[in-house]
Design a protein around this ligand. Structure first.
Ligand code: GDP
Length: 461
């Protein structure tokens, strides 16, 4: 290599290095919101589905500058790997299935290659690379943040107010009875464990019950690497048990404090504060199906989740950590369960659930967007003629029976419906199986190109 070639080579290397970019994208949502399907589709669209007609709003692709994506060679060794390949196998099987939901924290790294815009950069090198780290974690863990602003007594009171709600009360009876029987002054380790297990079962039961979103503490339900840790022996005592000092109250207060110090704070410090961008998936349609209390609770849970993204100067988060999330996408998932003319209403409903048009958010220092999407479109939209009128409809395969169905799922309310409406009307949005087959890849979607543009567009310039 001549000295000139050598300089050019090193210049190129330097160019590659300095223009290499890293982006850590967090994907979250409450259990069942669609994280697994979303990440599988996102990775698929970036590696296989990168055809202009398939992703019309992804500008780097439309401008002919996208050179392709692949799974990075340097996958993290100490963190569970997001099972992309297995998931794709489910989605492209014959007949296609939904992949099993992930639990806990997992990650997958991609390398995205593109030609930069702008002549100076293009002369310096042939291409640039964006290292995209996709991190999947349960939205339930974000529900823990408010615990930092409460003490154990306040948290317990909050829990029991929640458990008194009509859709929750019946399930909490057994745990309540166990608490009432226990001797606060002398509780054995075995009894403590029994109560913990009973509370854990209650949380588990709630999490499988439609319309219950607010499970705390998040790690008791999804412990991740903390399974069995003593500080997870944490449950809310009854309001009357909080009035007098007792060894059990002291023990719970201690565990609560440890949970805040050794679980919540490290999660925000080590993981959350390293994220650059965030997707929050919300299944609004399932909440509508489950009724009034469910929608109210979803709104409450989203309010708590939003606290993690409001870090104006006075916020708790900025005082404790230095979050650097610059963009947050709130996505109403499974939009393919309604006809396309309802997507606008679904987006408006999501915005209302987030309690404000998020673009005008005065708290957020991050750019935010809300949209209705389907990571993997499981329906075909069309029209049927009814009494001479064209009526929109969707068709697909019913999730429970696998049978083909064609239906009009109904209108999505653009605003949170008042309690009275549920007495006259029961929402019945369907659930469908994916219709894709290996031959039909790339995976069909709704607005994943908008998603990619919002999350990555500016990083691929
Ligand atoms: P997670 O618990 O957040 O990881 O949720 P999943 O991604 O496992 O999704 C839960 C279920 O929601 C899936 O098994 C599907 O039935 C459904 N689902 C998720 N994404 C979509 C989508 O884009 N379209 C449709 N029709 N259903 C979806």
């Amino acid at each position: 290599m001549s000295w000139l070639e050598s300089i050019q080579y090193h210049g190129r290397q330097l160019g590659h290095r300095t223009l290499d970019r890293h982006l850590r994208l967090g994907v979250t949502g409450l259990s069942g919101a669609g994280k697994t399907a979303f990440i599988s589709s996102l990775v698929h669209q970036l590696t296989v589905g990168d055809q202009t007609a398939h992703l019309p709003f992804f500008s780097v692709l439309q401008q002919g500058r996208y050179l392709g994506g692949r799974l990075a060679q340097n996958q993290p060794l100490a963190i569970p790997r997001f099972p992309y390949e297995q998931n794709l196998r489910y989605l492209s099987a014959e007949p296609a299935q939904w992949p099993p939901s992930t639990t806990g924290w997992s990650q997958l790294n991609l390398s995205l290659r593109y030609r930069p815009q702008g002549a100076i950069r293009s002369r310096l090198q042939q291409h640039s690379e964006l290292q995209l780290e996709i991190i999947d974690y349960p939205g339930e863990w974000l529900l823990d943040l408010p615990l930092l602003q409460q003490d154990y007594r306040q948290w317990s009171t909050f829990c029991w107010q929640l458990f008194q709600q009509p859709h929750r009360q019946a399930s909490s009876v057994a745990f309540k009875a166990l608490l009432q029987q226990c001797d606060l002054q002398s509780l054995s380790e075995v009894q403590l464990q029994e109560l913990t297990e009973s509370y854990r079962s209650l949380l588990l039961q709630y999490s499988q019950q439609s319309g219950c979103y607010l499970q705390q503490p998040g790690r008791l339900l999804i412990p991740g690497e903390l399974a069995g840790a003593p500080m997870l022996q944490l449950f809310p005592l009854l309001p009357e048990q909080l009035e007098t000092d007792s060894p059990l109250l002291r023990r719970m207060t201690e565990h609560y404090q440890s949970y805040c110090d050794y679980v919540i704070k490290p999660f925000y410090r080590q993981h959350f504060s390293r994220l650059d961008r965030q997707v929050v998936l919300v299944d609004c349609l399932a909440a509508l199906n489950a009724g009034y209390s469910a929608v109210q609770e979803l709104q409450q849970a989203l309010g708590l989740i939003m606290q993690s993204f409001r870090y104006g100067p006075a916020s708790l988060l900025s005082r404790l950590f230095q979050p650097q999330i610059s963009k947050v996408l709130f996505a109403a998932s499974k939009a393919d369960h309604v006809t396309p003319d309802q997507h606008k209403a679904l987006t408006l409903l999501l915005q209302q659930l987030l309690q404000q048009p998020i673009k005008q958010s005065v708290y957020a220092s991050a750019a935010t967007e809300a949209m209705a999407i389907a990571a993997v479109r499981a329906s075909q939209a069309g029209f049927v003629l009814q009494q001479g009128q064209r009526q929109p409809c969707i068709s697909g395969r019913d999730l429970a029976t696998g049978e083909p169905v064609t239906l009009y799922p109904g209108e999505v309310p653009a605003q949170i419906p008042p309690a009275g409406l549920y007495q006259q009307h029961q929402f019945q949005f369907p659930a469908l199986l994916p219709t894709t087959q290996a031959a039909a890849l790339p995976l069909p979607h709704v607005r994943m190109d908008h998603v990619l543009e919002f999350l990555l567009g500016d990083k691929l310039r």
